[in-house]
Design a protein around this ligand. Structure first.
Ligand code: FES
Ligand code: FE2
Length: 452
């Protein structure tokens, strides 16, 4: 009998599930999407295997970790993880599951610790994931190798301008490559000056009845809903109390899309900034123009919205960053942070935080509208007839191009372009065996008798 513990890549998908071919659910050239992708349990299980396990996923903001032992717990797909700073000040992320019976070894949201001690039988792990204490260790057999039973670590962890991402996939390209052309747009929020950003005010978490893709695709692509869904909020925010004028409502702008599934939409009308007055007055637009260029200050830095495939989204002008954690096909958990420029004086940071809460906090005047839409959409997805409908993603078809101002492929602001890009990437990943499935196949060929 061998007791060699499996490495993460071998452990995944040891019981293979039949794959669903998702091609029939899409005709993206004609802008058509089948609703099955939002409600089917087998599709959802496959997302966990082929979208969430192989992709780079957002975990936290770097400023949440200032000294060794600081930790934050989150999820990658439905897998619980701990992100922590080791004694060497290096950030690491581990599966938050004890190697003994699988209990979460850390049940706090965040904090500081020297070790993660499982509250079931007391196995204890240090901040580098090493198993450092096993109660009644003398009762284990001689071949029990304690150093083989550390926490399972992600394959790669990296940061991009303060944002911490990780992946289980040892074959994933480096993070900056995975972000691709979106970084030009993302920098409109993250790179205002050399000091960078920090997270303030903790993390807000709330549950919505809706498939996680509804939120991710909307943040990538959907300016269309703004004037209708948010009409009352826009009225409240407009100086006249009557809502924005027609020239702003029919606002010009662009929407970025790429083959990696990312998206970023933004108006370019000078009056379509809905930002906080204190922040606005503090902001040195001339310096920003010099650093980021006119196109970025007049475009993505305005009231834009974006998604890093698959489930991280952001709103530059609000300083809102958020992750849509999947919790089954019908439910998501939203985790939202406010980020501010480190260089802001405290009162400006505070103004930004409150502005974000008022607009996109759990009870924010815009957030409420969005959550209501996603839950309403999900509520009809399980009816036999309603669930069989084909949905329309045709807006802006054939109108995407390079515009010579904004890098990459962009289309009109009012477009489903980035949603089509999101689903093209989703479809391709869903129809491609992930690295762990290929490994499982290889292992089965090598040791057919070991395969369950
Ligand atoms: S499950 Fe963690 S020590 Fe037993
Ligand atoms: Fe919205």
């Amino acid at each position: 009998m061998t007791t060699t513990p499996a490495r993460p890549a071998d452990r995944l998908a040891r019981v293979p599930e039949p794959a669903v071919d998702v091609s029939p659910y899409f005709d993206l050239d004609r802008g058509l999407v089948d609703r099955t992708i939002f409600s089917d349990q087998a599709v959802y299980r496959q997302e966990l295997r082929r979208i969430f396990a192989p992709s780079w996923l957002f975990l936290a903001h770097e400023s949440q970790f200032t000294k060794p032992g600081d930790f934050f717990t989150s999820y990658m797909g439905e897998d619980p993880v701990i992100v922590t700073m080791g004694k060497d000040r290096k950030l690491r992320a581990f599966l938050n599951a004890c190697r003994h019976r699988g209990m979460r070894v850390c049940r706090a949201d965040a904090g500081a610790t020297k070790a993660f001690t499982c509250s079931y039988h007391g196995w204890s792990y240090d901040t580098s994931g090493k198993l450092i204490n096993v109660p009644n260790g003398g009762d284990y057999p001689a071949h029990f190798e304690q150093d083989q039973w550390g926490l399972i670590e992600v394959a790669q962890l990296d940061t991009y301008k303060g944002l911490v991402f990780a992946t289980w996939n040892p074959e994933a390209p480096p993070l900056v490559e995975a972000l691709g052309g979106l970084t030009w747009y993302l920098d409109a929020m993250l790179d205002h000056d050399p000091e960078g950003t920090e997270a303030v005010g903790g993390v807000h978490k709330w549950v919505l009845e809706g498939n996680w893709k509804l939120a991710a695709e909307q943040f990538a692509s959907d300016w269309y809903h703004v004037n209708i869904s948010h009409a009352s909020a826009l009225m409240v925010m407009s100086p006249t109390g009557k809502g924005p004028k027609t020239d702003i409502v029919q606002t010009p702008g662009r929407q970025y899309t790429d083959s990696l599934g990312h998206g970023h939409g933004f108006p370019t009308h000078p009056k379509s900034r809905f930002d906080d007055r204190v922040v606005h007055e503090w902001t040195d637009y001339e310096a920003l123009r010099e650093r980021l260029g006119d196109a970025r200050v007049e475009g993505p830095m305005t009231t834009g919205h974006g998604t890093v495939f698959p489930n991280f989204s952001y709103l530059p002008v609000n300083g809102s960053i958020r992750v849509w954690h999947p919790k089954g096909p019908d439910k998501m958990e939203v985790w939202a942070w406010t980020i501010v420029d480190k260089s802001m004086p405290d009162e400006v940071k505070n103004a930004q935080r409150i502005y974000n809460l008022r607009t996109f906090g759990p009870s924010g005047i815009f957030e409420q509208d969005d959550g209501e839409n996603w839950s309403e959409v999900q509520a009809t997805a399980h009816g036999f007839v309603a669930g069989s409908m084909t949905l329309n993603y045709q807006m802006g078809l054939g109108l995407q191009s390079e515009d010579g101002v904004h890098p990459g492929t962009t289309g009109r602001l009012y477009s489903d372009g980035a949603a089509r890009g999101f689903y093209a990437r989703w479809r391709d990943l869903m129809n491609t065996p992930a690295w762990h499935e290929k490994n499982a196949e290889k292992n089965a060929e090598k040791n057919p008798e070991d395969t369950p």
